[in-house]
Unconditional design. Structure first.
Length: 256
């Protein structure tokens, strides 16, 4: 009996740590003949996680000294949760670099006013639109697709003669139909990496893909491009993560 009690307590502590201790996922991407290098942060699927300490998030980002911060949707879980989401955005804006965002399906639920609140700030909210920034001496084209992403909207915003091109979108699965070499790196979320992952098998289920998904977490080569899926900073349905801690992506783009 006591062994069972100890196991349950240990498992609860483990679940708490998986959803509260922010893992720093490092990512390096290269491209030939870039005129410089730059650093970026990706945060996705926050779902107003109450267990993540926002000051810790700020300190980790400040220590990394990024040139730009990307958020790729689902910063809330339901309506009336915008306050904590905007507290995170205020911290991101305080870093003093551009914050470029797209929305996810939870951000568009009935009653959710997060996109309207974001537009009142200096956040660059891309709704099937693109912007260009100079990051570390590199001309960077950033295209952002609203949820759900479509090939038609991709075609309207992706062309550029910039040195490097990002595509921001929330759910990765649609990108299999249209992603091509005009995008140097696509950033997505949505899957949570499955939240609970099985040893040697990975995610057993992911939102929008079902059981044993083909796209769940990490880097993929699609259509001559690269797609990176972050498992995100929060949870939905239940605060359960196994073998898959909440994370922030710290990326560096360098010249080959």
């Amino acid at each position: 009996m006591w062994i069972l009690v100890i196991f349950v307590i240990a498992f609860i502590i483990y679940l708490y740590m998986q959803s509260s201790r922010v893992y720093e996922r490092k990512l390096e991407v290269s491209k030939k003949e870039l005129p410089g290098s730059f650093r970026f942060v990706q945060i996705t699927d926050f779902h107003v996680n109450p267990w993540v300490d926002l000051e810790t998030v700020r300190d980790k980002i400040l220590a990394f000294r990024p040139h730009v911060i990307f958020t790729t949707g689902d910063m809330v879980d339901h309506a009336c949760e915008e306050k904590r989401a905007m507290e995170l955005f205020e911290i991101l804006l305080s870093v003093g670099v551009p914050v470029v965002s797209v929305v996810g399906n939870h951000d568009l639920k009935p009653g959710v006013v997060l996109p309207e609140e974001m537009k009142k700030t200096e956040i660059l909210l891309l709704e099937n639109a693109a912007t260009e920034l100079n990051l570390g001496g590199v001309r960077v084209h950033i295209a952002g697709l609203s949820y759900p992403a479509t090939g038609e909207n991709y075609e309207a915003i992706i062309d550029s003669d910039a040195d490097f091109t990002f595509l921001l979108l929330h759910a990765p699965l649609p990108a299999k139909a249209f992603l091509d070499a005009r995008t140097d790196l696509a950033l997505a979320g949505h899957t949570h990496g499955g939240q609970a992952r099985l040893p040697f098998l990975g995610a057993w289920y992911a939102s929008g893909e079902g059981f044993f998904p083909s796209l769940d977490k990490g880097m993929y080569e699609i259509g001559g491009s690269r797609l990176f899926i972050s498992s995100g900073l929060g949870n939905t349905l239940a605060p359960i993560r196994v073998g898959n801690p909440v994370e922030i992506v710290f990326g560096t783009v360098v010249s080959e």
